[in-house]
Design a protein around this ligand. Structure first.
Ligand SMILES: [Zn+2]
Length: 199
C-alpha cells in the first residue's frame, strides 16, 4: 500500500466521496491488479480514476442474479443501453444462478461476467460465488469476473470476500438516490472489470 494522499475522490463502488491511497509500487497482495500511480479507495480498493469507457469491448454474455425483479430489469436495460453486452440472462437466487451458470458451460459458451446480489434467498450471493469458483476449478476454467451488489459499504470482512472471489468488485446499492445514478455506477464498475479481463 502506498502513501495516503487523503485526497477525496468519488468511488463508484462505494457510491460516495472516499479517502484514497496512492499505489507507489506494483506487485504484492494489496496492489494486485493495480499499477504504480493508481489512486484507490481505502474502503474497497477500487481504482477510482481512469475508468472511462472509451475502449471497452462489450462482454459476450452477462448473468445477473437478484431477488428483486425491479433491480434485474433496471440492470438488464442499463447493460444493453450502455452497450456493455447484448446477451443478459437473469436469475432470481443463488441456486437458480448456479443452474444457469453450469448450463452455459455445458454449451461451451461460458458467461463473460456475473453480477450477484449478496442478500438472496436459498443461496446467497457470496456462497453462490464460492460455489462458482469451485466449479471453475474442477473444470480448469478461467475465473469469471464477479460484481457483487450489497446493501452496505465494504468493510474488512467484505474486502476478504472480494479478495477470495477475485477478480471481484462490488457496488453498494444501498446508497444511490436514483435508479439512474445506480445504473451509472454499476456501469463504471463493470467497465473496470471488463478492462481487467482484456489486460
Ligand atoms: Zn470504494
Amino acid at each position: 500500500m502506498g502513501n495516503d494522499t487523503k485526497e477525496k475522490k468519488f468511488c463508484p463502488s462505494c457510491g460516495e466521496n472516499v479517502d484514497t491511497y496512492f499505489v507507489d509500487r506494483s506487485g504484492g497482495v494489496e496492489s494486485e491488479g493495480k499499477k504504480k500511480g493508481d489512486i484507490c479507495c481505502i474502503f474497497c480498493g477500487m481504482i477510482v480514476e481512469d475508468i472511462s469507457g472509451n475502449d471497452v469491448i462489450p462482454a459476450k454474455s452477462i448473468l445477473i442474479s437478484d431477488d428483486s425483479a425491479m433491480v434485474r430489469e433496471l440492470i438488464t436495460d442499463m447493460l444493453k443501453e450502455n452497450g456493455l453486452t447484448k446477451d443478459v440472462i437473469a436469475s432470481k437466487d443463488g441456486s437458480d444462478f448456479i443452474t444457469l451458470f453450469v448450463k452455459k458451460i455445458s454449451k461451451k459458451t461460458p458467461f463473460s461476467l456475473v453480477i450477484l446480489d449478496v442478500s438472496m434467498p436459498i443461496l446467497n450471493g457470496v456462497n453462490a460465488a464460492i460455489a462458482m469458483r469451485a466449479i471453475e476449478k474442477a473444470l480448469k476454467m478461467k475465473s469469471t469476473p464477479v460484481l457483487f451488489f450489497t446493501a452496505q459499504k465494504c468493510d474488512e470482512n467484505f474486502k476478504k470476500v472480494l479478495t477470495y472471489c477475485k477478480p471481484a468488485l462490488y457496488v453498494n446499492k444501498g446508497i444511490s438516490s436514483t435508479p439512474d445514478l445506480l445504473a451509472s455506477r454499476v456501469s463504471q464498475v463493470i467497465i473496470k472489470l471488463l478492462k481487467d479481463i482484456k489486460s
